[in-house]
Design a binder for this molecule. Structure first.
Ligand code: PEP
Length: 247
């Protein structure tokens, strides 16, 4: 089976105002020939404007989480349908900032994945261990358990990716060693094949956690790393393009 096309996705989190669309346009303008799919996931209120600004470019636009319900009395929340309606084609789900900060369980994430599929969105499902779990020798068990619990069977035959994001590496400047990354990615691959058969080999497994231009080449060339989910370094076009060009 051929290797999946790498995906480099930027997660802007709660950052960005209308003026930040210039960075997104600069990213689109600088992509020529990059051998990857590239996505930006801005705050929901910027999504429609970003999708319009990037129309016709190679940059895909995605959301950052949504509810599992399609509509209803959920003040302040948004649905997968709303993201798709605003121009999103992907969505980040199960980010550790949602799991830890909003009490999301694997079951919550799996329900949201189902909603994303019904809305036609391609999920990027995040998993990752805390520092305590790694120190206790539980990283592989935690991560593979999250993969099994967060990926519903209805993903079979649908495009999606998994992002391995060690919680302790997010926004800290710390990264695992490349053998540590490879070990976890191999375990995720084996779990995906267990769940989805040979089709599990075509699922990109992204690495996320303090990826920047200076470490991107080393990380992106680790076996079984199929791209990156990038937080802070996706906010500046030069940094994000530096990561894309490291492929
Ligand atoms: C993230 O939160 O998805 C992330 C990878 O953040 P950062 O790149 O800033 O560590």
């Amino acid at each position: 089976m051929t290797a999946p096309t790498p995906l480099i996705a930027g997660n802007w989190k709660m950052n960005g105002l209308a003026a930040s669309l210039d960075e997104a346009k600069a990213i689109a303008a600088g992509l020529a020939g990059a051998p990857a799919r590239v996505a930006l996931c801005p705050p929901a209120v910027l999504l429609h404007r970003m999708a319009e600004a990037l129309a016709g470019s190679r940059v895909l636009v995605g959301g950052q989480d949504h509810r599992a319900e399609a509509a209803g009395a959920f003040t302040g929340d948004i649905s997968a349908e709303m993201l798709a309606d605003a121009g999103a084609t992907l969505t980040i789900l199960g980010h550790s900032e949602r799991r830890a900060g909003h009490g999301e369980t694997d079951a919550t994430v799996a329900a949201k994945v189902g909603a994303a599929l019904r809305a036609g969105l391609e999920p990027i499902v995040c998993v990752g261990e805390t520092l305590e779990e790694r120190k206790a020798g539980d990283a592989l068990a935690v991560v593979t358990g999250q993969v099994r619990g967060s990926l519903p069977a209805e993903l079979a035959g649908r495009p999606f990716s998994v992002a391995y994001e060690p919680v302790w590496a997010i926004g800290t400047g710390l990264t695992p060693t490349t053998p540590e990354i490879e070990e976890v990615h191999r375990a995720i691959r084996a779990t995906l094949v267990g769940q989805f058969g040979e089709a599990g080999r075509a699922v990109p497994i992204l690495y996320g956690g303090s990826v920047k231009p200076s470490n991107a080449a080393e990380i992106l060339h680790v076996d079984e790393v199929g791209g990156a989910l990038v937080g802070g370094a996706s906010l500046k076009a030069d940094d994000f393009l530096g990561i894309v060009r490291a492929l």
